[in-house]
Design a protein around this ligand. Sequence first.
Ligand SMILES: Nc1ncnc2c1ncn2[C@@H]1O[C@H](COP(=O)(O)OP(=O)(O)OP(=O)(O)O)[C@@H](O)[C@H]1O
Ligand SMILES: [Mg+2]
Length: 370
Amino acid sequence: MAIEIAQLRKSFGRNEVLKGIDIAVEDKELIALLGPSGSGKTTLLRIIAGLDWPDSGRLEVDGTAWLSIAARDRRIGFVFQHYALFPHMSVRDNIAFGMTVRPRAERPGKAVIARKVSELLQFLQIPHLADRLPGQLSGGQRQRVALGRALAIDPRVLLLDEPFGALDAAVRRDLRSWLRSVHDASETTTIFVTHDQDEAFELADRVVIMGEGRIEQIGTADQIHDHPASPFVARFMGATIELPVRIAAGRATAPGIDAARLERRALPDGAATLFVRPADLTPVPDPAGLWRVKQVTSTGAVLRPVLTGPEGQEIAVEILRRTAPGLLAGQSVTLRVETGTIFTETPPGQRGQAGQSSEIKEIPLKEKQK
Ligand SMILES: Nc1ncnc2c1ncn2[C@@H]1O[C@H](COP(=O)(O)OP(=O)(O)OP(=O)(O)O)[C@@H](O)[C@H]1O
Ligand SMILES: [Mg+2]
């Protein structure tokens, strides 16, 4: 099922938590919704599920307006952020639940329900747990049951709100690849919410980055990693170092910085900010360098030199210890930028967002010349 969301807005009291959301999810696509706490992910999912209503905007599924359809008629499988299985029901009954509460006319017969549950137990690789109560399961097993319960109604759309939130990293990794195969085999359209970047990028066809009720960027892992669309996305993707630079003829320069490896960009001359990941800055020993090594700590594989700049600013970078030159405290270095993204300042208010003056202004040269 293709899901089309246009200009969706939602406020709780005076707090606008969805500020005009536009997303088009393709049929059978697996989309990850990634964003900080409070950015509106759960609210968006609840609206798609029919558990909440927007103030305005459009929601269509396969071309049909969905906001007027009741939640139980939308055939949506939902796994909540804080999963709740019915504690007094066996795994088998938990999975069957959605089928048994359908209106009498649509309710499958007992034998059909039993067959469907066995199939799902096989599919989820938990037939041996059928008669246990939720309290007798591990966290990962409970997540599988919660997913089984969501899949039992043959959902047309599967909405998963941090389904692996409470689990440790190793179990999450297992469930991740397993979920991808479940999605592929069940032919649903899936929207998956997570805080975890690796999870989002590994699992999803496309990732939607949300920040404070807005969509900041939609794209594949590589697109978002290489070309963050806004300072927010750049920071969120780990470019935590911000260096002031001057742009002249599409080239960035700053004292003590070697930015020759950055692509030339169609940027207006003047002040700008370079966003870089700590691992994308290499301190190169240089007697005339304007940066100084303050200290170097090691985690074994990675060195974390702390550097002081010509204006007293302090940054921590990361280099592989194996490839690093013997950096010593007190040494002078030039900072070589391997890759990064430049944003120029736009006049405040241009995007109607108070307090946020620095906005996207990066256009690759090729596109500009078209
Ligand atoms: N029922 C409600 N009444 C009032 N405010 C609400 C309600 N539900 C959510 N909010 C507010 O809406 C904003 C978005 O909440 P939401 O739960 O959608 O965020 P989220 O992105 O899912 O966050 P998290 O990652 O922590 O789950 C928050 O500021 C939250 O306090
Ligand atoms: Mg949430």
